[in-house]
Design a protein around this ligand. Structure first.
Ligand code: BGC
Length: 377
């Protein structure tokens, strides 16, 4: 009997602790303004148990800010972005946004599916980029905030109409952002269509682990678990080759300073104006495995990227030119942020040898990516 009482007391204590831990996470909602069409937009603040905070708007599913601790447990905002909706509405290079229906480029905005040629909106020279003129980064998503077992979460839903930006099929997309109590920004994507279509969803945060507005990212060290990458032509369309990174400036198999080789004479670096390429993540796609690790030496911040996707686009903010001013009032100059966009390879619908991006009618698309933050002494 005594033992039973002791057990139930212990159980009660653990339950209380559990409740206290769950209670420490917070989610709140505020208005973030209105779109040009007068649609109301909100901003959600997710705070996890350790005090990390993510602010996410349902306009474009944009992560507006994200704090992470350094080696002295000091938090800083590590993503580029703006303080107000109007700055996002004026146009920006996909800061923090959800990207769809297709992340990265589709050559000439054309592809064939089941014998029919589809013509997509063209918005990057002669190519289609990041879902077209009004991609998922520029639409208002239906949002629902909640507390989950893993941490505070935001569910975003968007119904993309048949023919939108030229794509076939009514596509229902759901993205769940969770700020886990293990200091991860976890993104779970799912989608389904009423007609065969193509889908490649990603997230486009520009990170600076020294803090947004705090100089360039060239002294960050990057490791990529990728033995091959997909070289491109001058218009950033993959040639179809899967090239081994050995002996090239594209080898990040050992952690390497980003700026070390970026201005070299390699033709691929010239084409991208720096790094702007898709690496093939080692290991089986569909399985959550580590793709990348980034370390910032002055603060000790580390970001590890895990994904189920077959590829990852590493982009060094080569086209930022100081004309946009960020949250802290500093201009975002060239290479002051980097992106690690987990994805299927660019232009897959035109490369039958690449892992397929066809989403069959009635089949559920699923993908998960985790950005995990720690600090090293
Ligand atoms: C692309 C770049 C592009 C950038 C933002 C990246 O995903 O690969 O070429 O400039 O997004 O526009």
């Amino acid at each position: 009997m005594k033992l039973m009482r002791a057990f139930s007391a212990m159980f009660f204590c653990f339950a209380l602790l559990g409740v206290a831990m769950v209670n420490a996470q917070k989610v709140s909602k505020d208005s973030f303004g209105k779109t040009a069409e007068g649609e109301g937009v909100d901003i959600y603040t997710l705070t996890n148990r350790t005090g990390m905070e993510a602010r996410i708007t349902n306009y474009g599913g944009i992560v507006v800010s994200l704090t992470a601790p350094d080696r002295d447990n000091k938090y800083a905002d590590v993503v580029l972005g703006f303080n107000d909706l109007d700055s996002y509405l004026k146009g920006h290079p996909y800061f923090g946004a959800l990207i769809g229906r297709y992340g990265n480029r589709i050559a000439k905005g054309r592809f064939k599916l089941n014998g029919t040629e589809y013509k997509l909106a063209v918005n990057n020279g002669e190519n289609h980029l990041h879902g077209g003129i009004k991609g998922f980064d520029k639409v208002v998503w239906i949002a629902q905030e909640y507390k989950s077992r893993l941490g505070p979460a935001l569910s975003l839903t968007y119904k993309s109409k048949d023919g939108e930006e030229g794509y076939p099929g009514n596509l229902t997309v759901r993205v769940i952002y969770t700020l886990t109590n293990r200091n991860e920004l976890r993104i779970d994507y799912s989608a389904s269509s009423d007609k065969d279509t193509v889908t490649n969803l990603t997230h486009h945060s520009y990170f600076n682990l020294a803090g947004e507005g705090n100089g360039d990212i060239l002294n960050h060290r990057l490791a990529l678990k990728a033995t091959r990458f997909t070289p491109t032509d001058a218009g950033s369309i993959p040639t179809g080759e899967l090239r081994n990174v050995n002996g090239t400036p594209f080898s990040f198999l050992k952690s390497t300073v980003i700026g070390e080789r970026i201005n070299g004479s390699d033709e691929q670096l010239k084409f991208g104006s720096g790094y702007d390429h898709n690496w093939i993540v080692n290991g089986p796609a569909g399985v959550l495995r580590q793709a990348a690790s980034v370390y910032e030496p002055t603060t000790g911040r580390v970001m590890d990227v895990w994904t189920t996707e077959p590829g990852i686009q590493f982009y060094t903010g080569n086209f930022l030119d100081g004309t946009l001013t960020g949250k802290g009032g500093k201009p975002y100059a060239r290479r002051t942020g980097f992106c690690l966009e987990t994805q299927h390879y660019p232009d897959s619908p035109n490369h039958p040898t690449f892992p397929t991006t066809t989403l069959k009618k009635g089949v559920t698309y699923k993908s998960t990516t985790i950005y995990r933050f720690t600090a090293r002494k």
